[in-house]
Write a protein that binds this ligand. Structure first.
Ligand code: NAP
Length: 329
């Protein structure tokens, strides 16, 4: 059975989490002969680890901007060849992943355009979809299948050391195919992500940006803001904020430790959805403020009980651990 056939039949087993490239599976026919990873940070390195573990790529070429990242990626064995010019990395590749910040997708696509192979699948992992489609589409040559995507999987870490092969396991990967997308190419990319351990769904790009606006972008904005507010409080010292952080504050600091370039680009590129959701959020916050001011305990109880139910539903859906305090000791 080829790896391609196996993907729909079985789920990959979890490996020990490690910084080194995952042990390769014995050679079988891979999903793709050559995969190019443009960007070797958290997502790019995790893709490398899972592709190695599952034998999904014949060879992997990797590209990053800096010498430092390329050197470290080589030490970790994240690819078989390393390039500072992304065009060199995509030459002859059957599958090309753009794993760079959302604001860099357009310029990178323009650069690789002349080197893309006819029949190749070009995809991305960007956290915003409408802007990536707007910026990348004009650079996709005839005969190349551009299928935008977004794995809903991440951590607050970045760089080539951050990746691990289980990152995508039991997580959703949303594909936002354009009208007229080649069904065979879409099916191949879907089965590739399933082989990485993900559940795959297709979604309209505008709807994606709204859904992720509330489930990911707004929570990060709130976290960045609460950490900034605490840091600015004059009556409370910074050392007290850190010392007593287990009261709840530290859970926000995980989100607020995320890569500033990535998140700057997310907010600049999902502006409409985030501003719309922020308006709704502020109205609800004002309602809570009023309930506290007027001592409306029933109202507060009702809102807090609903939140508790949502947390339970997330656990039941297998998207988090039921262990108290997220399983921390
Ligand atoms: P990361 O760890 O910061 O890695 C980014 C990579 O892109 C690095 O290899 C970097 O190269 C390269 N790069 C940065 N700017 C570039 C530019 N202007 N031109 C060319 N290459 C550039 O980021 P990541 O977390 O993997 O995120 C990558 C993408 O995945 C983003 O679009 C993000 O929205 C999306 N995403 C992230 C998460 C998450 O939780 N982090 C989850 C899902 C999707 P150097 O190191 O050499 O600068």
């Amino acid at each position: 059975m080829t790896n391609e056939a196996k993907a729909s039949a079985s789920r990959p087993q979890a490996n020990e989490r490690s910084g080194q490239a995952a042990a390769a599976k014995p050679k079988e026919k891979p999903f793709f002969e050559k995969v190019a990873l443009i960007g070797l940070g958290l997502i790019g390195s995790s893709l490398s680890h899972v592709m190695r573990r599952e034998g999904l790529a014949g060879t992997i070429s990797g590209a990053a901007r800096s010498e430092k990242t390329l050197r470290r990626a080589a030490e970790l064995g994240l690819a078989d060849s390393f390039h500072q010019d992304p065009a060199e990395a995509v030459r002859d590749a059957d599958l090309v992943f753009l794993n760079v910040p959302v604001g860099a997708m357009g310029p990178v696509a323009e650069r690789i355009r002349p080197a893309l192979k006819k029949g190749a699948i070009l995809t991305d992992v960007g956290s915003v979809k409408q802007s990536v489609i707007r910026d990348v589409s004009p650079h996709v040559p005839e005969g190349v299948h551009f299928i935008p995507g977004h794995p809903i999987a991440g951590t607050e870490q970045s760089g080539p050391d951050a990746g691990f092969p289980e990152l995508f396991e039991n997580r959703w990967c949303l594909l936002t195919p354009l009208p007229g997308t080649d069904e065979k190419a879409l099916d191949r990319l879907t089965r590739f992500w399933q082989a990485c351990g993900s559940h795959v769904e297709t979604m309209d790009p505008a709807h994606h940006d709204l859904v992720l606006g509330i489930t990911s972008h707004l929570p990060h904005l709130i976290a960045y803001n609460i950490v900034a507010t605490a840091a600015d409080l004059e009556e409370v010292t910074e050392s007290e904020v850190i010392k007593y952080s287990a009261g709840g504050f530290r859970d926000f600091t995980r989100l607020a430790a995320s890569d500033p370039v990535m998140w700057r680009d997310v907010f600049l590129n999902n502006r409409e959805a985030v501003l719309e959701l922020l308006g709704r959020f502020m109205e609800d916050l004002h309602a809570l403020q009023r309930a506290i001011r007027w001592g409306e305990g029933d109202k507060l109880y009702e809102v807090f009980s609903r939140s508790r139910r949502i947390r339970r539903e997330i656990i039941e859906a297998g998207q988090d651990t039921p262990a108290p305090n997220f399983g921390r000791r």
